[in-house]
Design a protein around this ligand. Structure first.
Ligand code: NAP
Length: 260
């Protein structure tokens, strides 16, 4: 199947680590030009170095959140490649901004998790209208299940799911599609950081895997990335306003039927 992504210009926020890196790899494998907007780190730069051996790339360093950062991402992408075909809003963090943490922590969490999603699309819109491009957001099961202790993240991912429908309607008249991929349990640097805060990380992984109905395992980076690339491609040309759950059934299936 030809996904017709060759030479398409794709922006992946947080695209040099974890789920974002998996997404960048698969777009690169399809011959797309990959622009990663993310915080810099030795690991991220190593990843970009190896990605640049496979396709055209650009790394735009910076903290996403302030409006100026989103404008910079769009301007630098257009300066380098003259077009934008796909925007993947992947950068985000489950930062535990709880009810007790207070209003400032809540606002800071929204800034890290959802403000840049709006800002990026706002600034990229003229380019996306010209290319009839599309947007793929990376949400979380927390938007629907809750988790406890993470109001900012839950609000941000809930907003992302709502905006998927809102923007799909807004942008249908320009033939711009908007979809969301919602992961549940994927082993990434962020996930490993959380596990390290626990007394017995291995026991927690085993407990979680037991509750994932399909094959009692986490979703791989490849499985997540493949769904994103499929949605972003012309093969999905009539799919818009959808929230897709590549999560082994974790979010929606009745776990009492699958946990032994
Ligand atoms: P990750 O391992 O931390 O990778 C995310 C990358 O994005 C990191 O390089 C991070 O930089 C960067 N980043 C995050 N926020 C940023 C910001 N405001 N500005 C600039 N760069 C930023 O995370 P992940 O687990 O792959 O998660 C990716 C997405 O999937 C997130 O939106 C997350 O909420 C969602 N998700 C993940 C899971 C899971 O099981 N892993 C489940 C549900 C949803 P640093 O390296 O400097 O931190």
């Amino acid at each position: 199947m030809d996904l017709k992504l060759k030479d398409k210009v794709v922006i992946v926020t947080g695209g040099a680590r974890g789920i974002g890196a998996g997404i960048s790899e698969l777009f690169a494998a399809e011959g797309a030009t990959v622009v990663v907007a993310s915080r810099s780190s030795p690991e991220a730069l190593d990843f970009m170095k190896q990605l640049s051996t496979k396709t055209k790339t650009l790394f735009i360093d910076g903290e996403l959140g302030p409006t100026a950062a989103a404008e910079k991402v769009v301007n630098e992408t257009l300066k380098a490649f003259g077009r934008i075909d796909v925007l993947v809003n992947n950068a985000g963090v489950n930062d535990g901004a709880s009810l007790e943490a207070g209003p400032e922590a809540f606002r800071a969490s929204l800034q890290k998790n959802i403000f840049h999603v709006y800002d990026l699309l706002h600034f990229a819109l003229p380019a996306l209208k010209a290319s009839k491009g599309n947007i793929v957001n990376i949400s979380s099961k927390v938007a629907e299940t809750g988790q406890g202790g993470t109001s900012g993240y839950a609000a941000s991912k809930g907003a992302m799911n709502a905006l998927t429908r809102e923007w799909a309607l807004d942008l249908a008249k320009y033939s711009i599609r908007v979809n969301t991929v919602s992961p549940a349990e994927v082993m990434t640097p962020l996930y490993e950081k959380w596990l390290k805060t626990l007394d017995n990380p291995q026991a927690m992984v085993a407990k979680i895997e037991k509750m994932i109905p399909f094959e009692h395992r986490m979703t791989t980076l490849h499985e997540l990335g493949a769904m994103v690339v499929f949605l972003a491609s012309e093969v999905s040309s009539h799919t818009t306003g959808q929230i897709i759950y590549p999560d082994g059934g974790y979010t929606h299936l009745d776990r009492k039927c699958t946990v032994e």
